[in-house]
Design a protein around this ligand. Structure first.
Ligand code: ADP
Length: 360
């Protein structure tokens, strides 16, 4: 069992910089948990605290039920893979993979066996005698993974391991890593700033901002029920559209159009001050309609099966842009005057940007 529990964990660097505050997060045994957020939100600091490379300022960290705050990194039963793979250029692939075992003074026959097994899992068998310079970026990344695999630890910590790969290779390696993690069943914490990577790889995804955990949930839940406007805007491409909303007798309105509301949402709305409300709606939930918010098309990006339509509209005197995901067959073109409407998939946020529960 390698459950990792962070209870009220905080990190203040010696220069006074607070990097992580009051973090409560449980990473389940065998789970693939992704930490995501913009640069500087504290992701790497969390990973380094779990690894033991950074002191924990406040709170408690347990790994496999053992308090780990003061454990040496080598006693934590984990392996780490960084963005820079740091392979030894003068060593062969086999030597690179086996290096941690050599350091641990494991017998040569055992090392050979472990290296062959890792190479089999990672499909590196034919390359064992090559030097890193003779490998592609993806293969080098797999060698770095191999170094983690041979150690048979119960936790993997991965810090942006795919960011040096080109887009195509990243896609491929992404799915390979997901398969590998599933097969090995090793508890994995994976850091990335890329929300697509987070959403496609994680069993659950933890979204961080300025050192604070915003939400941790399965990708689908993050997408369909973001707890605040930060998560709503961060997850999903193109990003969610936001429009100022007003409280009315019957519910809500935006740009003079009434918004369909459920009794639950109405109850939620009654608990707010009623000012500073925001309606969030994803591009795929906006439709072209005979009536709706008047807008003018400023551009159409054709993506094949669908098209992204950008349209300018007026929101309380301000010019803003809406993005709609339309059918690829759409005839809409630049400068067209359109009406935009929606009937489902709405998100409502209060003045502080927090989601108003809608019971959906
Ligand atoms: P991320 O991985 O999300 O980009 P980091 O965990 O690296 O974020 O950094 C979180 C915050 O802590 C940032 O404001 C960063 O500048 C600061 N920070 C990181 N390392 C140090 C350090 N060694 N000393 C002081 N501040 C640091």
């Amino acid at each position: 069992m390698a459950e990792i529990v962070l209870s009220k964990v905080g990190k203040v660097y010696p220069n006074g910089q607070s990097a992580v505050t009051d973090l409560d997060l449980t990473i389940h045994d065998k789970e693939f948990l992704v930490l995501v957020g913009p640069s500087g939100c504290g992701k790497s600091t969390i990973l380094r605290m779990i690894a033991g490379l950074e002191d924990i300022s406040t709170g408690v960290l347990t790994i496999g039920g053992r308090v780990a705050n003061d454990l040496e990194p080598k006693d934590r039963d984990l392996a780490m893979v960084f963005q820079s793979y740091a392979l030894y250029p003068h060593m062969t692939v086999a030597e690179n993979i086996g290096f941690p075992l050599r350091l641990a003074k494991v017998e040569k026959v055992e090392i050979d066996k472990a290296v062959r097994e890792a190479a089999r899992i990672l499909e590196l068998g034919p390359y064992l005698d090559r030097k890193p310079a003779q490998l592609s970026g993806g293969q080098r990344q797999r060698v770095a993974m191999g170094r983690a695999i041979v150690r048979k630890t119960s936790v993997y910590l991965l810090d942006e391991p795919l960011s040096n790969l080109d887009a195509k290779l990243r896609d491929q390696t992404r799915s390979e890593m997901v398969d590998l993690q599933l097969r090995l069943g090793v508890t994995t914490v994976y850091v990335t700033h890329d929300q697509v990577e987070a959403m496609t790889m994680g069993h659950r995804v933890a979204v961080m901002k300025d050192g604070y955990l915003q939400q941790v949930a399965e990708p689908k839940v993050l997408y369909s029920k973001p707890v605040n406007t930060f998560v709503a805007a961060f997850i999903g491409t193109p990003a969610m559209n936001f429009i100022d909303a007003d409280l009315t007798d019957g519910g809500l309105s935006v740009c003079g159009q009434s918004v369909p509301t459920t009794p639950k949402l109405q109850a939620g709305l009654r608990k707010t001050s009623g000012s500073g409300l925001t309606l969030g709606i994803r591009p795929e939930h906006l439709v072209l309609a005979a009536i709706g918010i008047p807008a003018q098309v400023t551009g159409v990006e054709w993506l094949g099966s669908d098209a992204l339509v950008r349209a300018r509209f007026e929101d309380k005197g301000q010019q803003k842009t809406l993005v709609l995901r339309c059918d690829g067959e759409t005839r809409v073109k630049r400068d067209d005057r359109i009406h935009v409407n929606f009937d489902r998939g709405i998100h409502v946020f209060d003045e502080a940007g927090n989601r108003i529960e809608d019971g959906n």
